[in-house]
Design a protein. Structure first.
Length: 436
C-alpha cells in the first residue's frame, strides 16, 4: 500500500513530492547588510538532499526595520534577488521546492543592530518579557509596510522561488496586529477581530495585486496564542476560534495554505516546545542586555539559582506534557474549516505519528525544524522503513538559544561521541566555502 508520507501534495499553484516539509529556521549565516552567503546555501541544500518535499526559508525581513537579528539574509531590495534565485535553484536540484518566508519583526527582536533603534508595532506597549520598545504605527506607516510586503513578494517571484509564506505567527508584526492580547488600537486596525485582521488582509491583497493569483502564498499563524504563559496579568490573546475565522478570511482572499504554529512570542513555552537550557541561555542572553528595558533584570534573575529554576519550571508547566504533535488539535480545527491544505508544525520526528495525523485528516503535511537539524536525512530514514531516527532530537532547545550568538546547529553533546564531533558537525555548514 502507498505510504501517505510520500504521496505528493497539491496546492493550488504548487505541487510537492511528499508530506514532509522543512520548517523555517533562521541562523546568523549571512552578512550584516542582509546580503546572503554560501553558508546559507549550504544550510538549505543539506535538507533538500535529505529528502524533504519543500523548504520554508529562514525569517527573511522585507525591510531592515523588520529585522530581529543582524546577519539574516533579507529581501528588502532588488540586489538581493540573485542570491535567492541561487538558493532556490540549488534546492530544486534535489527535487525539493523552496518557499520564502516574508517577515517583519515589529517590536519583537533579539538584537536590533545599528540601523533601527525602535520597533514599529500595532501598539506603543513594549513587549512584556524583554521590554523591547515599540512605536504604534501611523496609517501612513501601515501603508508603507503593506507595500514593502508586496514589493518583497514581487522580488521573490522574480527570483523564481516556488512561493512565499507570510510570517503571521509567533509574536512578530502580523501577530502584533492580529492578537487581542497585544493590539490596543482604537482605529480601524484594532478592536474587533475583523479590524485586527485588516493589516494582514491588506498585505495579502497587495501581494495578489502585484504577483497575480498563480503564485503560491501561504500564511503561518499562531492558532492559539497563550499570551499570558510567561507574563502574569497579560490577556491570553487569540483563541483557536478567532484563528479559524482569520484562516477562513485568508482563504477567501486567495491564500493557498495555512501553516499552524502557536504562541504569541518567540520563543514561547509551546514553541519550539522542549526544555529551557538555562546554562546555555545565560551564556547568550548577555548579548541581548542592551536590547530591552527588562533584559538586564532578566539576565540577573536567570543567573540566580532560585529564580532561574522557578522560571524554567514555569516554562515547562506552560509547555505541557505533549511535544510531538502539540499543535494537532488546532491544525484539525482549521483543517475542518477551510478547503486549502493545512501544514502542522511542532515536534514531529516519528513516521507513525505523522502518518496517523495525515490519515485522520488532522493536517495534510507536517513541517519540522529541530528534528531535521538533528537528522537532516530523516525523510530518507522514513523511506527506508525506520519509524524514528536512532539518535533523535531531544528537544533540549540548545540550538534555539545558541542561535543568538553562535552558528545554528545541534548543541546537544549527548547526541555525539565527543564535543569535538559536535563542533565539527555545527561548523560543517561552512563547507564548501565561498572561496575554496
Ligand atoms: C533555531 C530555530 C529558528 C527558528 N526560526 C524560525 C523562523 O525564522 N521563522 C519561523 O516561522 N519559525 C522559526 N522557528 C520555528 C520552527 O520553524 C518550528 O515551527 C518550531 O521549531 C516547531 O517545530 P519543531 O518542533 O520541528 O522544531 C525556528 C525554530 C528554531 C529551533
Ligand atoms: S540542540 Fe539538537 S537535540 Fe537539542 S533541540 Fe536542537 S536539534 Fe534537538
Amino acid at each position: 500500500m502507498a505510504d501517505v508520507l510520500f504521496e505528493p501534495l497539491k496546492f493550488r499553484n504548487l505541487e510537492i513530492r511528499n508530506r514532509l516539509i522543512r520548517s523555517n529556521m533562521s541562523g546568523r549565516f549571512d552578512n550584516y547588510d542582509g546580503s546572503g552567503t554560501q553558508a546559507r546555501i549550504n544550510w538549505e541544500t543539506r535538507f533538500a538532499r535529505g529528502g524533504v518535499g519543500a523548504i520554508i526559508s529562514s525569517f527573511v525581513p522585507v525591510h531592515v526595520r523588520g529585522r530581529i537579528l543582524p546577519n539574516y539574509a533579507m529581501i528588502d531590495s532588488d540586489d538581493k534577488i540573485p542570491f535567492w534565485r541561487e538558493v532556490g535553484e540549488r534546492v530544486r536540484e534535489h527535487g525539493c521546492k523552496f518557499i520564502l518566508q516574508l517577515s517583519h519583526g515589529g517590536r519583537q527582536r533579539d538584537i536590533a543592530g545599528i540601523e533601527v533603534p525602535e520597533g514599529w508595532s500595532s501598539t506603543a506597549k513594549p513587549d512584556p518579557l524583554h521590554g523591547f520598545r515599540a512605536k504604534a504605527m501611523s496609517k501612513i506607516e501601515i501603508e508603507e509596510v503593506v507595500r514593502q510586503f508586496g514589493q518583497a513578494a514581487v522580488r521573490a517571484r522574480e527570483a523564481g522561488v516556488d512561493g512565499v509564506e507570510l510570517h503571521g505567527a509567533n509574536g512578530y508584526l502580523i501577530t502584533q496586529f492580529l492578537s487581542s492580547g497585544i493590539n490596543d488600537r482604537s482605529d480601524e486596525y484594532g478592536g474587533s477581530l475583523e479590524n485586527r485582521a485588516r493589516f494582514v488582509i491588506e498585505i495579502v491583497r497587495s501581494i495578489r495585486a502585484r504577483c497575480g493569483v498563480d503564485f503560491h502564498l501561504q500564511m503561518k499563524i499562531s492558532a492559539t496564542e497563550n499570551n499570558n504563559a510567561m507574563s502574569i496579568g497579560e490577556p491570553r490573546g487569540n483563541t483557536i476560534q478567532d484563528s479559524v475565522r482569520v484562516c477562513q478570511w485568508l482563504e477567501a482572499e486567495g491564500v493557498d495554505a495555512i501553516h499552524v504554529s502557536g504562541g504569541s512570542s518567540f520563543p514561547h513555552p509551546r514553541n519550539p516546545a522542549g526544555d529551557l537550557p538555562i546554562d546555555d541561555f545565560i551564556r547568550v542572553y548577555d548579548s541581548m542586555i542592551s536590547s530591552g528595558d527588562h533584559t538586564f533584570r532578566n539576565f540577573l534573575l536567570l543567573r540566580n539559582d532560585i529564580t532561574g529554576t522557578l522560571f524554567r519550571e514555569r516554562w515547562l508547566k506552560e509547555r505541557g506534557d505533549v511535544i510531538e504533535g502539540l499543535n494537532l488539535a488546532d491544525s484539525e480545527a482549521i483543517r475542518k474549516a477551510v478547503s486549502i491544505p493545512v501544514i502542522c508544525t511542532g515536534g514531529f520526528q516519528t513516521a507513525s505519528v505523522i502518518r496517523e495525523a495525515i490519515r485522520q485528516g488532522r493536517c495534510h503535511a507536517v513541517s519540522m525544524a529541530r528534528p531535521l537539524i538533528a537528522n537532516p536525512d530523516m525523510p530518507k530514514m522514513f523511506e527506508q522503513g525506520m519509524d524514528r531516527p536512532p539518535v533523535p532530537c531531544t528537544y533540549c532547545n540548545k540550538c534555539l538559544v545558541n542561535v543568538v550568538e553562535n552558528p545554528l546547529g545541534c548543541y546537544d553533546e549527548t547526541r555525539f561521541t565527543t564535543r569535538e564531533a559536535m563542533i565539527a558537525d555545527i561548523l560543517s555548514v561552512f563547507h564548501p566555502p565561498a572561496f575554496p
